[in-house]
Design a protein around this ligand. Structure first.
Ligand code: FMN
Length: 150
């Protein structure tokens, strides 16, 4: 089975998760979403993205819309970062097309924030939305491992 790992990242945590999967999945191919790789020849797509102000990142969202028909004919896994556990499922369900949502195996990867990397506005947003006021990293490799076997 040919597996393609695609990811989009702003501050690097989703990339770390993508690299974790790539190391474990021998023979897999890894690319940034922005590389615009042709997905036709792959049987399984693992897409990494993150929640940003209540919704999955726009690039991933656009990819899922544009490639919907191809993706529905393949195995599709989505690993998503987000630091608000309570809104994880809702945020995904609301920002992903229902057919894709029910077709995909979706796992929560954890999330990371390093405050000094954020802009002033981002710090304010994240404090207000999810009450993060110090550096935090939560990494869930067991959830990612679920994407190795389906
Ligand atoms: C400005 C900002 C807004 C965020 N908004 C949310 C949010 O609404 N819900 C959530 O679960 N996580 C939120 N996060 C947490 C990110 O999903 C988390 O930091 C993730 O690791 C980012 O991925 P990246 O490191 O690959 O860029 C936010 C992070 C930032 C910096």
């Amino acid at each position: 089975m040919k597996t393609l790992i695609l990811y989009d990242t702003k501050y690097g945590f989703t990339e770390k998760c993508a690299r974790y999967l790539h190391e474990k999945l021998q023979g897999s191919t890894i690319h940034k979403l922005s590389d615009n790789v042709d997905i036709t020849e792959y049987d399984k797509i693992l897409l990494g993205t993150y929640i940003y102000v209540g919704e999955i990142n726009e690039n991933a969202s656009n990819f899922l819309i544009q490639q919907k028909n191809k993706l529905l004919s393949k195995k599709l896994g989505i690993f998503c970062a987000g630091l608000n556990k309570n809104e994880f499922s809702n945020a995904l369900q609301e920002s992903i097309d229902p057919e894709i949502f029910y077709h995909a195996k979706i796992v929560h990867a954890g999330g990371k924030v390093t405050l000094e990397n954020l802009t002033f506005f981002e710090r304010r947003k994240i404090k207000k939305r999810i009450n993060v006021s110090e550096d935090i990293e939560e990494f869930y490799p067991k959830n990612l491992d679920e994407l190795l076997v389906f």
